[in-house]
Ligand binder design. Structure first.
Ligand SMILES: CC(C)(COP(=O)(O)OP(=O)(O)OC[C@H]1O[C@@H](n2cnc3c(N)ncnc32)[C@H](O)[C@@H]1OP(=O)(O)O)[C@@H](O)C(=O)NCCC(=O)NCCS
Length: 229
């Protein structure tokens, strides 16, 4: 597989971070500490988090166009925690600017050399991506989250801080696993579902539901894009 997170330093890629809130600040820090990126702009509607103090704010299309006219090889990342919104923003930005999506891995994350981390994915500090696992496009493996061997995170799905997935776990597109939840080995969760904080998921979970508790039970149906954070 083609990961280069443990390898030699190459030239830093210029990076636009879309999202200037708390999660944006964490992604900014991970990108900078990785040594692979030089942030050149943060795109956000209101004043960005103080951690962006030396990064120019971009608020309008013309400002993005001006930056891209002066810089080559710019990549972008969507630093937004909500899975559905992250996917929508990525689609909008790809269609409008045709820039490559950056893959950001904090230097204190462990990514197995046999794992695959796709474009637009973010893997934060103390996260663990185990042997032969796949982190799909635009996925988020948050602080201290762990997926063991042969797991598969599909498009824009996420593991919140301190959550755990045993071996051979699959998360469907945009599915979110909440803070400190645990997913038993071999379990598959469908698309657009949410696992509540601290849940213990012992069996497969269908698409478009919220589950919570120990053991986790369905508490309600949900529609794609419904808020959960
Ligand atoms: C599961 C979740 C989606 C439910 O959200 P919701 O449907 O809006 O539910 P509410 O907050 O209205 O709570 C409804 C009830 O469930 C309880 N509840 C909420 N989350 C719970 C959980 N994870 N486990 C057990 N009970 C929970 C609430 O206390 C409340 O109980 P009450 O009716 O007795 O007062 C949400 O609580 C959650 O866990 N989101 C993920 C948060 C997260 O991980 N964020 C990551 C940040 S990086």
């Amino acid at each position: 597989m083609q990961n280069n997170f443990h390898g030699s330093q190459t030239a830093k890629a210029k990076l636009i971070i879309v999202g200037g809130g708390g999660h944006g600040a964490v992604v900014h820090e991970a990108a900078t500490l990785s040594g692979h990126f030089s942030p050149v702009g943060v795109f956000c509607e209101s004043t960005p988090h103080p951690s962006f103090q030396n990064v120019p704010r971009l608020a309008k299309e013309e400002e993005v166009a001006a930056l891209l006219a002066k810089n080559e090889g710019v990549q972008f990342c969507i630093a937004v925690g909500d899975n559905c919104l992250r996917q929508e923003l990525a689609q909008t930005w790809k269609a409008r600017w045709n820039l490559p999506l950056a893959t950001i891995v904090h230097p204190h994350a462990f990514v197995s050399p046999t794992a695959k981390v796709s474009a637009g994915a973010v893997v934060l500090a103390r996260a663990h991506v185990g042997t032969f696992s796949e982190v799909g496009e635009l996925c988020l493996v948050n602080t201290g989250a762990s997926l063991d061997h042969d797991c598969k995170l599909e498009l824009a799905s996420s593991l919140a801080p301190g959550s755990f997935a045993g071996g051979n776990v699959t998360l469907g597109e945009r599915t979110a696993v909440g803070l400190g939840a645990s997913i038993r080995h071999g379990v598959s969760i469908g698309r657009d579902s949410v696992v509540g904080m601290a849940a213990a998921v012992t069996k497969d979970v269908e698409s478009e539901v919220v589950v919570m508790g120990v053991p986790a039970k369905i508490t309600k149906q949900r529609l794609r894009g419904e808020k959960y954070l």
